[in-house]
Design a binder for this molecule. Structure first.
Ligand SMILES: [Zn+2]
Length: 56
C-alpha cells in the first residue's frame, strides 16, 4: 500500500502529495498559495482513499 496520499486544494488548484503519518498521529497540510490548513490523519475507521479534495 502506498504511504502517501494526494490532496488537491481546489481554492487554488494546487495538488500536493503528503506522506501519511503513523497511526494515531496527524499531519497538517497547507495550501502553498493561501496557507489554508488541512489535517491528515490515519486511524481505525479511516478511509483507504488515496486522493482527497479540499473544497474552496
Ligand atoms: Zn489556496
Amino acid at each position: 500500500m502506498r504511504n502517501w496520499i494526494g490532496i488537491r486544494f481546489s481554492c487554488h488548484d494546487a495538488y500536493l502529495r503528503v506522506v501519511v503519518p503513523p497511526e494515531g498521529k496527524k499531519t497538517t497540510v497547507k495550501c502553498p498559495v493561501c496557507g489554508r490548513e488541512v489535517d491528515v490523519m490515519k486511524g481505525p475507521g479511516g478511509s483507504d482513499r488515496t486522493y482527497f479534495e479540499v473544497g474552496p
